[in-house]
Design a protein around this ligand. Structure first.
Ligand code: A2P
Length: 279
């Protein structure tokens, strides 16, 4: 190799769009969440995502580093001073193999251009709002569950979360628990707002109080029985979907059978979908 490659005068490049990590929580050996500082100019709608990442390894010949970015749903609500993210750890994943080691004080790259379809603007008014998540697809709903508009616009908010194992439900369960006990949030949104939340966690490969894929439980009508509610109908139900691709497709079909129609920012309808981003 050329000796200039190892030139010691090369300054470490400053991160573009750098934000500081303030908190990291490891939920399982495959899942973690973290919080970072929020750029003062960043405005977003609860449910949207941004590109975040780290500097990649130096190019073996040129030594140049390029940012390694992935789409991440913002898990914190639009009013929060910081930004929260919920991530999988993939041992050979280009980004998450590194990202899982971040510590408070470290910097990440955050491109301040929020986008996405899991937003209130993409739905027509309704009475019940369903959030359907698998795995880390819970993230945008962690944002929307803390968003005042969710409770101002709907009488009931039903969040279903399907994971393989029971420990994968921990982040969501802890979040809902914290929402129910958050006095500041009650002051912001309105006393008793949390009574509108119905939480319906299910597992598919490990024992838990409710087992099965949410799609099967919907088809059998078991979800409606368990919650003591009417089946999904386009007159009053609205839905947002965020999970793995097969899940999204199957649930879309199912919701269409119930009479719901896919919406977008430019064309609000009765449900919207976004895939959970994986490394
Ligand atoms: P299952 O264990 O029966 O595959 P993953 O970890 O693969 O992303 O899956 C997360 C959860 O989503 C798992 O509980 C998995 O159930 C469930 N799942 C996967 N595909 C579908 C589908 N087509 N419909 C409903 N649930 C699904």
């Amino acid at each position: 190799a050329d000796v200039t490659d190892a030139s010691p005068i090369k300054a470490k490049p400053a991160l573009p769009d750098a934000q500081k990590v303030t908190e990291v929580t490891h939920w399982t050996d495959r899942l973690f969440s973290f919080r970072v500082t929020r750029p003062a100019s960043l405005r977003f709608r609860s449910g949207e995502f941004v590109m975040i990442g780290l500097m990649g390894d130096p190019h073996p010949e040129t030594g140049k580093q390029k940012p390694l970015l992935r789409a991440y749903s913002i898990a914190s609500p639009s009013w929060d001073e910081e930004l929260e993210f919920y991530s999988i750890k993939v041992q050979d994943g280009p980004l998450t193999s590194k990202l899982q080691h971040i510590q408070p004080g470290d910097e990440i790259i955050l491109r301040p251009k929020p986008v996405g379809t899991l937003v209130h603007d993409a739905l027509l008014p309704g009475k019940r709002l369903w959030f359907f998540a698998t795995g880390t697809g819970f993230a945008p709903f962690a944002s929307l569950l803390r968003e005042p508009q969710t409770y101002h616009d709907y009488d009931e908010v039903i969040i279903t979360h399907t994971c393989r194992g029971a420990d994968e439900l921990k982040y969501g369960a802890a979040l809902i628990d914290s929402i129910r006990n958050d006095e500041m949030l009650a002051e912001l949104i309105g006393e008793g707002f949390a009574d509108k939340i119905r939480y319906y966690p299910t597992t598919t490969r490990e024992e838990s109080p409710k087992m099965g894929r949410i799609t099967d439980l919907l088809r059998k009508g078991e979800v409606f029985e368990d919650l003591g509610i009417d089946p999904i109908a386009p007159e009053h139900d609205r839905a947002m979907i965020c999970g793995n691709l097969a899940f999204n497709l199957e649930l879309k079909d199912l919701l269409e059978e119930f009479g719901l129609k896919e919406g977008a920012n430019s064309d609000p309808q009765t449900y919207v979908v976004e895939k959970a981003f994986l490394d």
